[in-house]
Design a protein around this ligand. Structure first.
Ligand SMILES: Nc1ncnc2c1ncn2[C@@H]1O[C@H](COP(=O)(O)OP(=O)(O)OP(=O)(O)O)[C@@H](O)[C@H]1O
Ligand SMILES: [Mg+2]
Length: 341
């Protein structure tokens, strides 16, 4: 089947300049600029209430922005809404499937609405149900689906028409790890097929898995942007977790790492509940150095793992504050404006 026609200027599938959307006193989107090069995934990371859904709704013509411009697949969101709608796919934050119809009927109907032939719509519905492990439930009314199944059906629906630009608003919130991986695989497949994706998420890990570039927003403003790796480096990379074979050794291990004063290795802490030593590191060399040191000092290690910074840690590093939802309004806004300046 042919991909929908779209013309893209300057190689950007999405180009947003000074976008503003206020609801009364709430500055949901407050002057956002962003660019998503064709065929890439932009992760938009932000805490609850940051303005992610409002941004996506503006870019999908569901809301009219108060100011600014946005071009998607070469179409202006305000001036060419009809053309634009035909080139995008949207998975909203809340599943929007028709309860009365079966999973298959939902997908078939959307395929037909997108002008697929009967045969193509049928084939595509079967294909997407299979990809999202819904074949067995295909004939059941969607109202009998679990939350995760609805979410999968919704994702399948947004991908039916091979959209040139796909918006995924927190696509894996509330999904189990296996389903989350299925969604990630499907997104990768869409991108390999040439789609451009704008993905909002609260999970650093999801951004790491899928996104080429990352924009961090808070209170309607962009507070950081760049390649995923650049941002990670800013935030301080990863935490190395070491499990000593003998839990009694936790504090001695922490002491040994502190004493060695390895370059670029943050201060190690002992987590006695989990039986782990946590060490902030930036590079693989530092990981190797820490493990090497512990070997030299005669420690026996039962396991090691590394984990990426959480959204909270990202915010802490960028703004010097916890995510704004947890904070006093005034202090956070100051910190954000400082960073944005
Ligand atoms: N229709 C609306 N009317 C009034 N206020 C709104 C409306 N939609 C969103 N808001 C407000 O705009 C701000 C941004 O909301 P938005 O839903 O865009 O955030 P979000 O980043 O998607 O958050 P979450 O992670 O919780 O989904 C919030 O303060 C919200 O209460
Ligand atoms: Mg949202």
């Amino acid at each position: 089947m042919k991909r929908q026609e779209h013309t893209i200027r300057g190689g950007n599938a999405v180009e947003v300049r000074g976008l503003v959307k206020h609801f009364g006193d709430t500055k949901a989107v407050d002057g956002v600029d962003l660019e998503v090069p064709e065929g890439t995934v932009l992760g938009v990371l932000g805490p609850n209430g940051a303005g992610k859904t409002t941004l996506v709704r503006c870019l999908s013509t569901l809301l009219v922005p108060d100011a600014g411009t946005a071009m998607v697949a070469g179409y202006d969101v305000v001036k060419q809404p009809r053309q634009l709608r035909r080139t995008i796919g949207l998975t909203g934050q809340y599943a929007s499937v028709d309860e009365k119809l079966s999973g298959w009927e939902n997908l078939y109907m959307i395929g037909r609405l997108l002008d697929l032939s009967r045969k193509d719509a049928r084939r595509r519905a079967d294909e997407m149900l299979e990809r999202f492990s819904l074949t067995e439930a295909a004939k059941r009314a969607a109202r009998t689906y679990s939350g995760g199944m609805r979410r999968r059906l919704d994702l399948a629906a947004s991908m039916i028409g091979h959209p040139a630009v796909l918006y995924l608003d927190e696509p894996t919130t509330g999904l189990d790890p296996r389903t989350r991986n299925e969604v990630w695989d499907e997104v990768r497949r869409m991108v390999a097929d040439g789609s451009t994706v704008l993905l909002t998420t609260q999970y650093m890990e999801e951004a790491e898995q899928l996104a080429h570039d990352l924009t961090v927003i808070d209170r309607g403003k962009v507070i950081a942007e760049g390649r995923v790796n650049e941002l990670k480096a800013k935030v301080g990379g990863r935490t190395l977790q070491i499990r000593p074979s003998d839990p009694q050794e936790l504090h001695r291990m922490v002491g040994a790492i502190a004493q060695a004063g390895l370059d670029g290795v943050g201060s190690a802490t002992a987590d006695t509940t989990e039986g782990l030593v946590n060490v902030p590191i930036i590079s693989d060399e530092q990981l190797t150095a820490v493990i090497g040191l512990l070997g030299e000092r005669g420690f026996t290690i039962a396991g090691i793992d590394t984990h990426l910074p959480s959204l909270d840690e990202v915010f802490l590093a960028i703004t010097g504050q916890k995510t704004s939802v947890l904070e006093d309004e005034a202090t956070t806004i100051d910190a954000v404006e400082e960073v944005a300046a």
